[in-house]
Structure formats: C-alpha cells, structure tokens
Design a protein around this ligand. Structure first.
Ligand code: GMT
Length: 391
C-alpha cells in the first residue's frame, strides 16, 4: 500500500512511534510518505520506499498565527494526488486529522479518494483536545476519520468519556519497540566510570514538560543517592529542565546528575541504566518506559493513565500514587540493593516488552486497520452522542 504519515516530527513519543511505524512499513514493502514540517527526528537520511514531503507555511504580515493546518492540508492533497496514496495516517489528532479531512474533501472534488486513519496519542484527548478552543473540531475530526486507534485502553476510555463517541470503533493498538535495537547486551556501557565506581545508574527520558514531573525524578534520586552511590542521567530537554536543575542544586545532588539534553538514539543509553523513573502526572502510554523495559531496565512510575498497561507492578517495575516520592525511593533502594531481585525483574521486563509490544506484531495490527479501511471504503462514522463542550 501507499501510506502517508503525518506527525509532530520533534522530540516526543508520538513522533517516534509514527516514524518507527513508517520505517517498519517500508521494510515490509509499503511505500511511505512522511508529510511534516521537518524531517522526523528518528528518520535516517535515506531508506528505500520512504519519502519526505516538507510542509512549508507562507508567512504574511497579516498572520499573527500562520495557518499550518491549511498548509498541511494542501500538502496532503498534493501528495495523495501525485502519488496515489491509499491512506493518510495522522498521529495526534490536532490538527492533523482536521487537515486530512480537508484534503480528502478537496480530493473528492476531483473524483479521487483517500482513507484517513487517526491515531490518538495522549494529550490530544486528555489535555489539549479538551480545551474549549479545540474540543468541537477534535470531536468532529475523530468522527470524520475512516478509522481511529488509541495507544492504550486507558486512552480509548478517556476518548469515549470526554468526546462521547460511544458509536465509534476506537481500536487499541499499543506502541511498540524493535527488540533487536533495544537489546541490552548489544550496547557497550555508556557509563563505564559509574560502573567502575560501583554506582547505580538511574535514568529519565522525556520532553521535560510539566506533565512529566521532573522535579519528582530528582527528589526520588536524592533519596536513593543518600542510601547508595548512584548517578542520575536525565535525557531530553524542555520547559521544565531548569526546574530539575534547580531541584538538583537545592537538594545538593547536582554533582551526581548528568543532563544530556536531546538524544535521538536512546537504546545505547538505556542499556547502561539500572532503573528508569517516570513519575508523570498523566501518561496515555509511556513509550520511554517501554523502551526501558525492553532494555531490561525495571521501571518505577506513577500509577496513572496507561502506564499500568505497560509496567506490571511487582513484576517489571513498581507503580505508586502520583507524587509519592518516598514510596518510589524506598522501592528503588530496595531493588538496587538486591542484585538477585534486580536480575529477576530485569529479565521479566525484557521478556514482557518483547511478548506484548514487539514491532512485528504491532505493525501487523496497523496493516490490518489500513486494509480493512481501504476495503470497506469510507462509511459515515456512527453518530456520536452529543456531549457538552467543556466549560
Ligand atoms: O500527548 C503528547 O503530549 C505528545 C505525545 C508525545 O509526542 O510525546 O505523548 C503521548 O504520546 C506518546 C506516544 O504514544 C505516549 O507514550 C505518551 O504517554 C503520551 N503523552 C501523554 O499522554 C502525556
């Protein structure tokens, strides 16, 4: 099939998933066209059957906010028209699903059609989509999609609850990992000095937005550091990085915290970690936690959103109430002080990540959605129950 993929190409889980999906689809013989405002960060320069179409937004002094969604719709229309795409797969509903709907309507004018598949990733439903300025267009665009998927059961339930689309068939297709890439034994230790000093390595990876609660990451680490020689590696960057750096200085542990900034390839880093921390306020899935598990790194996280679908409490990690840094630290200390239990949990993490979230199995689920959607043609999505616009 010929598949267009639109996503946020910048550092973040939805862009990573969309890009890895496109690469996997091309490897399976499909033709994949990325339609985004810049090359996705995980997309290597050249791959057979993979194409990149840059969305350019004209600037004009009258525009306080250049209409990216319109420019995206135009590029989608052009790429479908010129390359005969079967499907436009939009990752993150806002504004991608709306742009795809506009493109499909424009194509219809010239007798051409395309199927629109929308994958809901998280804050498009739980935060941004529920903003008054986006709610009705998000609901409309989900309803107009030919197929809708969500990355977790939790997010599907949130979609039904917030947008009232009980008539819509939202499929759950979890995020995935490439087992070969996230194989711990294939990567040399990235922290030989820490290993040599007998220090445990704790890690956090995110886009450092408020929802990730990076201050809690540092607070948990400070308690672990007081109990044993350890190092905290913070990967990524974003608005809360300064807060985390301040917290590290305030708690007197900044000498044992390394802020690496944005790193595209995280597998070599995760292969050197002993524990992964994800104390998020909200998380529809937690791709970084899955990537850690795949590298045999147990995860300590907050018991929120879709995280319990990824981390199995007591088997592949530990889940605690939001903000309970004392409980998180206590469990971290106990695990890191018990090599035998760590080994058991590490092996269970790597095995479970491969059993439930392997690329091969999950990509096949997306292929099945494309095939079903193309074969079925476009049927009107069942009407959604009217739900009040949030105050
Ligand atoms: O929803 C967002 O804020 C963006 C998105 C991202 O690009 O990081 O994160 C969401 O999508 C990821 C990939 O599906 C999930 O692993 C994250 O849990 C989810 N973030 C939230 O729900 C806060």
């Amino acid at each position: 099939m010929k598949i267009g993929i639109t996503c946020y190409p910048t550092y973040g889980g939805s862009g990573a998933v969309a890009t890895e999906l496109g690469i996997a689809l091309a490897a399976r013989g499909h033709e994949v066209h990325f339609i985004t405002y810049q090359q996705p960060f995980r997309l290597p320069n050249f791959l057979p059957r993979v194409f990149f179409h840059e969305v350019e937004v004209a600037r004009y002094p009258l525009f306080e906010f250049p209409p990216y969604d319109l420019a995206l719709a135009v590029k989608m229309h052009e790429v479908v028209r010129d390359h005969g795409l079967d499907v436009l797969h939009c990752h993150y509903a806002i504004p991608h699903a709306t742009s795809a709907w506009i493109a499909r309507e424009m194509l219809r004018e010239s007798g051409q059609d395309v199927r629109v598949v929308t994958t809901l990733h998280g804050t498009d439903i739980t935060i941004v989509g529920q903003e008054r300025s986006f709610f009705t267009i998000t609901k409309f665009s989900i309803e107009k999609s030919d197929a809708v998927t969500a990355v977790s059961e939790h997010l599907r339930a949130e979609t039904y609850k917030a947008f009232g689309c009980t008539g819509c068939a939202v499929d759950v297709i979890h995020n995935f990992i490439d087992p070969a890439l996230f194989e711990r034994s294939t990567h040399p230790s990235p922290f030989p000095d820490a290993v040599a000093d007998g220090r445990k390595v704790l890690m956090h990876i995110s886009n450092f937005r408020a929802v990730k609660r990076v201050r809690d990451v540092v607070r948990v680490f400070a308690r672990v550091r007081a109990a044993m020689p350890s190092l905290l590696v913070m990967v990524g960057d974003g608005p809360e990085r300064v807060e985390a750096e301040d917290e590290a200085r305030d708690l007197g542990v900044h000498g044992d915290v390394r802020f690496l900034g944005k790193i595209d390839s995280v597998a070599p880093l995760l292969a050197g970690a002993d524990l992964f921390l994800l104390p998020s306020q909200s998380e529809s899935f937690g791709l970084s936690a899955l990537e850690a598990l795949a590298c045999g790194v147990p995860v300590i996280a907050s018991d929120v959103g879709g995280i319990p679908e990824v981390v199995t409490h007591g088997e592949t990690g530990w889940l605690f109430p939001l903000g309970d840094v004392d409980a998180m630290a206590k469990a971290a200390i106990a695990l890191l002080a018990d090599p035998a239990q760590w080994q058991v949990m590490s092996a269970a993490a790597a095995a479970d990540a491969r059993a439930r979230f392997a690329e091969r199995d999950v990509v096949a689920q997306y292929e099945a959605v494309y095939e079903r959607t193309v074969a079925r043609g476009r049927v009107g999505a069942p009407a959604m129950r009217a739900t009040p616009v949030p105050a």
